[in-house]
Design a protein around this ligand. Structure first.
Ligand code: THU
Length: 151
């Protein structure tokens, strides 16, 4: 389990805050940014991308995970910072929604890590491991023909 120093945490949160400014959230007006930190130091960010068919909206964590995979970052996810707020002004702590926990679990499983999730608000960050946010997670290891099966 990787421990992060306070400077790297602050940098990751700053990256999530910056990502939040790119949110497309004309329906909820709730802007979210996410920043994923990989073991090689790479940070990949994402923001929410809403849809006129509301239920099809994509969360910031999901868009960041997709960008990471697309960029070849599929192993070594060690931390995730999430920041959000109405019209981009952080207030309460924002943690990953249930679907995003599952999406992050897929990415983390590919490198066998248990990332630290930094759920951030205006004056507070709650730190929890993904395994604590998603206990008994169903993941690629459950499937005989999945990406970890070696087949
Ligand atoms: N949202 C995220 O981007 N991440 C989360 O984990 C929670 C919710 C977005 C989805 C939607 O665009 C807006 O926040 C309001 O739900």
């Amino acid at each position: 389990m990787v421990d992060l120093d306070e400077t790297r945490k602050a940098d990751l949160i700053a990256a999530a805050r910056e990502a939040m400014t790119h949110a497309y959230a004309p329906y909820s007006h709730f802007h979210v940014g996410a920043a994923l930190l990989f073991a090689d130091g790479t940070i990949v960010t994402g923001s929410n991308f809403e849809n006129a068919s509301y239920g099809l909206s994509l969360c910031a964590e999901t868009s960041a995970a997709t960008c990471a995979s697309h960029g070849g970052h599929r192993a070594g996810l060690i931390a995730v910072a999430i920041v959000g707020g109405t019209e981009g002004v952080p207030a309460g702590v924002v943690g990953p929604c249930g679907r995003c926990r599952q999406i992050l679990n897929e990415l983390a499983a590919l490198g066998g890590t248990d990332p630290l999730i930094l759920s951030t608000g205006a004056d507070e960050t709650v730190e929890m491991r993904l395994s604590a946010l998603l206990p008994l997670a169903f993941g690629p290891a459950n499937l005989e023909n999945g990406p970890l099966s070696g087949g």
